[in-house]
Design a protein around this ligand. Structure first.
Ligand code: UQ1
Length: 454
């Protein structure tokens, strides 16, 4: 740690000097360089560019558009419009920050340099990693090409494939409908179940449900790691007669015979199991983007290696990370990124002022899980998988109010507050709702008994 600190001091000095003594140099140098303009990156860029002079914050982001991805589950079920889920990137990136519209291709944390796709090297004093995740459909044999030829294949995780989801649901006439969960960390792990519950409801309404077998083939050994919410989800699965197959990881799709091949993660030998499918919703394996995964910034699992409380890099104290790209052991959601943003802001400010980071993130993550059209449970929990609920009622109960919150209020919070760096999660609301007596519920502990009987 001491060594790393020395490196940073040298780094900041050297860069500033070369910049100031060479006014005609084309070398770009930012006080804070943010990589990625998803929810976490935008929020942090806003927080710091509002405090610093124009041109002190740079943000690297190749995309033209910014999407509110939680809406894509609703798009897949025909309950929302894809066009309404995005805005031009230029509208969400802070005006006072410099937008470098290209990809970050290499990271040299010892020299404090990020190399762009253009070949240009950008220097920084402080780096914030917020790249999000890359979708690796190509890790499944037969994909992504299969999506082009088989109309019964779809995925709410991708801009193109989400548009195939509603037609695939509507064209299903019975047989096997399979929904998968991969063997990697993913963003919004509730989404694969949500689209399944909504599809089930549509098939029930059009009267074909009794001709359908619905399978949830998950790589996990449990339905959900927080017991309180697992209890509700197991009841929903039971009520809907959905079969859950645990420890099944999709490795191949044969579109010509309509077979999905799963690796049996619980078998000692490398056994596989084949399922005929008539509808297949794929949640792809995910990782950090290749340049991040191949950089010195990551741990052995390929995620940016930060302290789980301070969000400061374990080796390079002038680097922080938030959102899906970091290795903090909590569920990857926008709510987690929003909350992390508040702690990161305090800790990066401290480090910029020569102090130690002090603010400690508790692992808060949250996701509204739609269990039927118009009903939702609002899961909220911390690092210990203990419920940490905002509202003073039982959020494990399926409620219309929580659905309305998800559909109408949270998107407004996202666009108008979070992206502008004004929303650090609902902690303050939780305190108000609980008259200052908030804290995790201790009655529910993580238990192996949340698997269900399927
Ligand atoms: C939240 O803060 C957030 O970030 C903006 C989300 O992402 C879109 C969420 O889904 C949720 C549930 C929260 C938590 C907010 C409240 C009001 C409980």
């Amino acid at each position: 740690m001491k060594h790393a600190k020395l490196l940073v001091v040298n780094c900041v000095k050297r860069v500033s000097k070369s910049f100031s003594t060479s006014p005609f140099s084309l070398q770009r140098h930012y006080k804070i360089l943010v990589v990625g303009a998803g929810s976490g990156g935008c929020s942090i860029a806003h927080k710091f560019s509002s405090k610093l002079k124009a041109g002190h914050v740079g943000i690297i982001e190749p995309s033209n558009d910014h999407f509110y991805q939680p809406m894509w589950t609703l798009v897949g079920a025909g309950m929302a419009n894809l066009a309404n889920s995005g805005k031009k990137m230029s509208k969400v990136i802070p005006k006072k920050a410099d937008w470098l519209q290209t990809k970050a291709m290499a990271f040299d944390p010892d020299k404090c340099i990020v190399t762009l796709e253009t070949g240009e090297q950008v220097h920084y004093d402080y780096l914030v990693m917020a790249t999000g995740l890359q979708l690796n459909y190509d890790k499944i044999k037969g994909l992504p090409e299969g999506f082009n030829t088989d109309p019964s294949l779809c995925s709410v995780y991708d801009y193109n494939f989400v548009q195939k989801t509603l037609p695939a649901i509507q064209n299903f006439k019975g047989g096997n409908a399979i929904f998968t969960l991969p063997n990697t960390p993913i963003k919004c792990s509730g989404a694969p179940q949500q689209i399944m519950y909504l599809a089930d409801e549509m098939w029930t309404e059009i009267g074909i449900r009794d001709k359908a077998n619905i399978y949830y083939n998950s790589s996990l050994p449990v339905i959900f790691y927080v017991q309180k919410y697992a209890d509700t989800l197991l009841q929903v699965l039971d009520r809907r007669s959905i079969t859950v197959n645990y420890m099944r990881n999709l490795i191949e799709v044969k579109t010509y015979t309509r077979e999905a091949i799963f690796q049996k993660l619980d078998s000692p030998r490398e056994e596989t199991e084949s399922f005929k499918y008539d509808f297949l919703h794929v949640t792809p394996p995910m990782s950090t983007p290749d340049p991040v995964r191949e950089s010195p910034l990551v741990d052995s699992t390929g995620f940016v290696d930060v302290d789980k409380e301070t969000l400061q890099h374990v080796k390079y104290p002038n680097i922080f990370a938030l959102g899906d790209c970091s290795n903090v052991p909590t569920s990857k959601t926008s709510a987690a990124a929003a909350t992390q943003g508040g702690y990161l802001e305090k800790n990066l400010n401290a480090v910029m002022n020569g102090k130690q980071p002090f603010a400690k993130y508790d692992g808060y993550s949250s996701c509204p899980v739609i269990t039927s059209r118009g009903k939702c449970i609002l899961v909220e929990f911390n690092y210990d998988c203990l419920p940490l609920e905002t509202f003073p009622f039982n959020q494990a109960k399926e409620r219309r109010s929580m659905y309305l919150l998800k559909k109408n209020i949270i998107p407004q919070i996202y666009w108008h507050m979070m992206l502008r760096g004004l929303w650090n999660g609902p902690k303050f609301l939780r305190k108000v709702m609980h008259l200052g007596m908030d804290g995790p519920e201790k009655d529910y502990t993580h238990s192996k008994d949340i698997k269900g009987t399927n």
